[in-house]
Ligand binder design. Structure first.
Ligand code: ZN
Length: 318
């Protein structure tokens, strides 16, 4: 419901439309996609839209993709936000993956010293990148499925980079210029499948194993990406609690290395590694079970929280 549908009975707790003068200053730019519940009246019902989060509300920017906005830069985003007339309460919308179809979803392994220790591996001298298949991408509150073929499903709380411009051969000292923003990633991993082969693609890429969100916080608002507290909670219990300052290869190093090999494009996501505390390295090991809830929080970026369910019976597509 939009406020222009309910003129005369304005309720501050309902989705609302404000005049431009009230939307003019955005302290922090957070971009995502959202969907209104099907039962909600109004033009945005049931459809996915792009939005800018402001306080406890979300501005409806229509069908423009977040990546289009990001490539336009923070000032352009603020200008679009000023023109947005419709807004909803954040509580009343379903947040979707901010980048639902990235061209690439890359991640780096063993990139925090304490995590390397718990895995018993050697510290890498060259970054260990792998792909998560983009079909695993889901939203910040979508269920993580325990696949029928495994019971060794693990969480990995990570800071994700969203690329904002097409680039190649980016020098380390200029890498910040190609980062549009950051989001929270759960690099969900099927451990037994991860270690069945030298490459990790299968174990890192099961459907639903790429929760992302809750929005893209633009890099100008995040500040130093190597000074953020990151925490993972399983059913409310802290499992990971670290600082991104502990990364071996920082965000800029990762972009420089990746872009040496290939072109990065707007909307590409790079997940920057997980700190200590993952489930499989614990004694006894902790694996996700249906009924669990995994929450990952990164200061200045946001939090995602995903329930865990068993793979439903209807996932066969054939
Ligand atoms: Zn990871």
């Amino acid at each position: 419901m939009r406020r222009d549908d309910i003129v005369g009975e304005v309720d501050v707790h309902k989705p609302s439309v404000r005049g431009r003068d009230e939307t003019s200053s955005l302290a922090c730019v957070r971009i995502t996609r959202f969907r209104l519940p099907d039962a909600t009246p109004g033009p945005a019902a049931g459809r996915g839209a792009t939005g800018i989060v402001e306080g406890d509300e979300i501005l409806d920017l229509g069908t423009m993709e977040p990546v289009e906005l990001l490539t336009a830069g923070p000032d352009a985003v603020r200008a679009v936000a000023r023109d947005a007339r419709t807004r909803y309460l954040l509580d009343e919308v379903e947040l979707l993956a901010p980048v639902p179809n990235p061209r690439k979803f890359l991640a780096i392994g063993i990139n925090y010293a304490d995590h390397i220790r718990e895995t018993g591996r050697e510290a890498p001298t060259f970054p260990v990148f792998f792909n998560k298949q983009v079909t695993c991408v889901t939203g910040p509150h979508d269920p993580i499925q325990i696949p029928r073929v495994s019971s060794d499903v693990d969480f990995e709380g990570e800071l994700g980079i969203v690329i904002g411009r097409r680039c190649r051969h980016v020098p380390v000292e200029r890498a910040h210029e190609v980062i549009a923003g950051y989001l929270v990633v759960n690099d969900v991993t099927v451990r037994d499948w991860q270690y069945r082969s030298p490459t990790w693609t299968l174990g890192k890429s099961f459907d639903t194993h790429g929760p992302t969100g809750p929005w893209i916080t633009t890099s100008d608002e995040v500040g130093d990406p190597q000074d953020l507290r990151i925490r993972t909670l399983l059913n409310g219990e802290t499992m990971q609690d670290a600082s991104t300052s502990e990364m071996i290869f920082g965000c800029s190093d990762q972009i420089a290395t990746l872009s040496t090999a290939f072109t990065l494009e707007p909307g590409d996501v790079v997940s920057t590694g997980t700190p200590a505390g993952v489930g499989f390295a614990r004694q006894p090991p902790v694996f996700l079970r249906a009924g669990d809830t995994v929450r990952i929080e990164i200061d200045g970026v946001g939090a995602i929280e995903n329930p865990v369910v068993d793979e439903p019976a209807d996932t066969q597509v054939f």
